[in-house]
Design a protein around this ligand. Structure first.
Ligand code: ZN
Length: 145
């Protein structure tokens, strides 16, 4: 299916399409997957495709499937999905635990501490007050790397 778009004063404006919802494909702990483990995997693929996050399986067998986020090496992301079979024939899975606190990198896992973040916020706040509404561009080697 081609993505529909139209021109709006020179800017291409994309219309909503189905995969826009894929980032929210996992709902909460009451969600069921009626196609068994395969339907969980398909949902995971859609989520991956839509968000670009790198997910890694933690545990997978006939009755369980657990994935975590490994998007950023050396950082512990809190995103976590744990699903379990709820009937004997394993045809229905449900979300047992979903930490969707979306992809907050754990700063504790790096050399950086919360204090650094506090200092940075303080710096930004004060800088903003100092320069008012002039436009600033930051160049830093301290970022995503
Ligand atoms: Zn993540």
């Amino acid at each position: 299916m081609a993505r529909k778009s139209y021109m709006d004063e020179g800017n291409e404006v994309a219309k909503n399409y189905i995969s826009d919802t894929w980032a929210d494909i996992f709902d909460d702990t009451h969600q069921f997957f009626h196609g068994g483990i395969e339907s969980v995997r398909i949902a995971l693929d859609k989520y991956r495709l839509r968000t670009g996050y790198k997910l890694e399986k933690v545990k997978i067998d006939q009755t369980r499937l657990t994935y975590r986020c490994v998007s950023k090496p050396n950082f512990k992301c809190s995103w976590h999905l744990h699903t379990v079979a709820v009937n004997k024939s394993n045809e229905v899975f449900k979300i047992k635990k979903y930490v969707k606190k979306a992809h907050l990198w754990s700063w504790n896992a790096s050399e950086k501490s919360n204090k650094n973040i506090d200092n940075w916020m303080w710096f930004m706040k004060n800088l903003k007050e100092c320069v008012d509404d002039r436009e600033i561009t930051f160049i830093t080697d301290n970022g995503e790397g």
